[in-house]
Design a protein around this ligand. Structure first.
Ligand code: ASP
Length: 344
């Protein structure tokens, strides 16, 4: 880029923002990026160099896979030096998973990667997509003293900028689809965009972006509920090839103290399966040992997820298992803050 203008690359992966209704089946499916652009003539008024790449085919994010996360990381790496910031258009359903995965995979990130989408397609009169995409571009281009204001993987949605790996989709009906229970918003877009500078992560060692694309998907999430049947619990833990389990526990990390549960967990940890304890209570933090019902988990070798979201936990476990580290090291990294996903 030779021009003085800020340059932004839009990476279009799909999602409701770019969908339209099939007149026959009445179902929504993604359309081409050119058609999205036609719906937002305002993009030209921003005064930035805006270019785009489209994933082929654009998808409903319910079909998201680790292979596409890797494709995203590689795309950002390919174009990194050419643009000041990146905006990823993505479906809301799995946006928090992709944001979390990218936050681990993009190492030495010092440019904004802002994800957004919408609840109503861009061609619909009341769409929320226009404001989301325009403000996401402005945030991706925002600089202070020549440096990016938000050099993080973020989700911008409905006037709020969140750290991506702290975000959860909480609503499929309201325009404000996302929330962050454990970390403050990084910016609020009202008449002005007000940045929460103190809460933004600035890279200590600036370097050349590197991407780490090793992901191991031998991971499952197992939600605990009253009436959980021993037969099924045991069968899941015995799945061949399984390497990591997110236990979605109650409240502050509690599980029933039935001996068969602990026996099964102990046996699995001995065979090298990594267990991570994550609360199914959206605002809950795991405090292992706070109640008797979680103390035994600690003794069985289960690792605390602290205040992590399920989305950030699944992707962190996949990422760490992908590094081919000894189990003890995977566990040690799980309780460390890798890219702002948990409290220190
Ligand atoms: N199913 C859509 C998707 O995640 C929902 C959305 O974009 O809001 O792609």
């Amino acid at each position: 880029m030779t021009s003085e203008k800020q340059s932004i690359l839009i990476i279009y992966t799909g999602g409701t923002i770019g969908m339209r209704e099939d007149p026959k089946t009445k179902t929504l499916s993604p359309m081409k990026f050119e058609l999205i652009q036609e719906e937002i003539p305002e993009l030209h008024k921003l005064g930035f160099e805006i270019e785009s790449v489209t994933f082929n085919p654009p998808i409903d994010s319910a079909n998201m896979t680790p292979a596409i996360w890797i494709q995203l990381a590689k795309t950002i790496k390919t174009y990194y030096s050419q643009y000041d910031g990146f905006v990823i258009l993505h479906g809301t359903d799995t946006m928090a998973y992709t944001a979390s995965a990218l936050s681990y995979m993009l190492e030495n990130l010092d440019k904004p990667v802002i994800m957004t989408g919408s609840q109503l397609p861009i061609g619909v009169l009341r769409t929320d997509g226009k404001e989301n995409i325009i403000t996401a571009i402005q945030i991706a281009a925002a600089k202070k003293d020549g440096k990016a204001i938000v050099p993080e993987v973020c989700i911008y949605f409905s006037s709020h900028l969140f750290r991506g790996n702290r975000t959860t989709k909480e609503d499929s009906q309201q325009f404000s689809a996302f929330t962050s229970h454990h970390y403050p918003k990084l910016a609020i877009a009202g008449v002005d965009i007000k940045y929460n500078y103190e809460k933004i992560n600035y890279p200590r060692s600036k370097g050349i972006l590197s991407i780490n694309t090793s992901i191991d998907d031998n991971v499952i999430v197992l939600k605990i509920f009253p009436g959980l049947n021993q037969k099924y619990f045991d069968a899941v833990l015995a799945l061949p090839g399984l390497k990591g389990i997110i236990l979605e526990s109650y409240g502050s990390g509690n599980m029933p103290t039935f001996p068969w549960i602990f026996e099964a967990i102990r046996q699995s940890t001995r065979s090298g399966i990594v267990f991570m304890n994550v609360s199914q209570c959206p605002g809950g933090k795991v405090k292992m040992g706070y109640y008797e019902t979680s103390r035994e988990l600690q003794e069985a070798g289960v690792v605390s997820g602290k205040d992590i979201t399920v989305e950030a936990a699944v992707t962190k476990l996949m990422f760490l298992l992908g590094q081919n580290l000894p189990v003890a090291e995977v566990k040690a990294y799980l309780i460390q803050n890798l890219s702002g996903e948990i409290e220190n």
